[in-house]
Design a protein around this ligand. Structure first.
Ligand SMILES: [Fe+2]
Ligand SMILES: [Fe+2]
Length: 275
């Protein structure tokens, strides 16, 4: 059994310090196996914002897997944007743009989807897809395989035309034979989940998608600040959403899936908040 804390869209520069502190206290309290941070660490990729993001990450005393988001590339500084788009991210956060977390049960790979050529959209390259497929396909079959990107593979139910990660379809086709089970992303500042088969009708494998909301930035879009605790306990997987309730994070949703005959099924059903 493994426990992932999935947090996203920190947007330092637009952060609510009290909520950030509350999140650190939560993480220290439940001690996840790994913390996944799916991009947009800063608001405008400024040095001060990266320093704050780096200081926040260093306070997390368990392994962290981090990928950049579109906001981690400078927007207005055309020189930096064009020539050294992720230089500050690499300097202050991590030089590793293809991070890996692996233990006896879990393999999590991260892929950078932020691109200087687009302002907010992202994409995955053919080279990245090849590298990911090699790593997943050569890994032991019993590992639970997770991919982390900033840009999403699945649109919200109420916005089926939302822009998705570029080449996402090609990536899914290449990775499904390698036994990938879960995709984690952010970007929309909205938390939701679903099965990739609901959108990519040609894929044969049931693959879960979990989108995190924004953990503690003031850039909220109709939802409270939140993060997810994901319990990987095959054949079950639990998604518990924690929302900021003014003074602390509280569990507001618990969803459990079970893999039955190769497909993820809600089990026993969506269970609403216990507070
Ligand atoms: Fe964001
Ligand atoms: Fe974003």
């Amino acid at each position: 059994m493994r426990l992932i804390a999935h947090i996203s869209d920190l947007h330092f520069g637009m952060e609510d310090e009290r909520i950030a502190e509350g999140l650190l206290e939560d993480i220290a309290g439940f001690h996840p196996s790994v913390v996944v941070i799916s991009g947009d660490l800063t608001q405008r990729a400024r040095k001060k914002q990266f320093l704050s993001a780096g200081a926040f990450i260093r306070k997390i005393l368990v392994p962290c897997l981090v990928v950049p988001g579109n906001h981690d590339i400078p927007l207005y500084d055309v020189f930096r944007r064009t020539l050294t788009p992720l230089r500050r991210y690499r300097h202050y956060i991590t030089a590793d743009l293809n991070p890996v977390f692996q233990d006896d049960e879990l393999m999590i790979l991260g892929a950078n989807t932020a691109r200087a050529a687009t302002f907010k959209n992202g994409r995955i390259s053919m080279a990245q897809i090849r590298i990911l497929a090699e790593k997943y396909c050569s890994a032991a079959g019993h590992l639970f395989k997770v991919l982390v990107t900033h840009h999403p593979f699945l649109p919200p139910l109420d916005n089926p035309c939302a822009t998705l990660v570029g080449r996402g379809g090609l990536a899914v086709e290449a990775l499904e034979p390698c036994g990938i089970d879960l995709l984690l992303s952010g970007h929309y500042h909205r938390g939701f989940m679903g099965d990739l088969q609901s959108h990519y009708i040609t894929i044969k494998r049931s693959i879960l998608v979990a989108q995190a909301g924004t953990a503690f930035s003031k850039r909220i879009r109709g939802e409270k600040n939140s993060y997810d605790r994901i319990i990987i306990d095959p054949p079950d997987i639990h998604f518990d959403r924690y929302e900021w309730e003014g003074r602390r994070f509280a569990k507001t949703r618990a969803i459990r899936y079970r893999k039955v005959n190769g497909a993820w099924r809600l089990y026993p059903q969506d269970v609403r908040a216990t507070g």
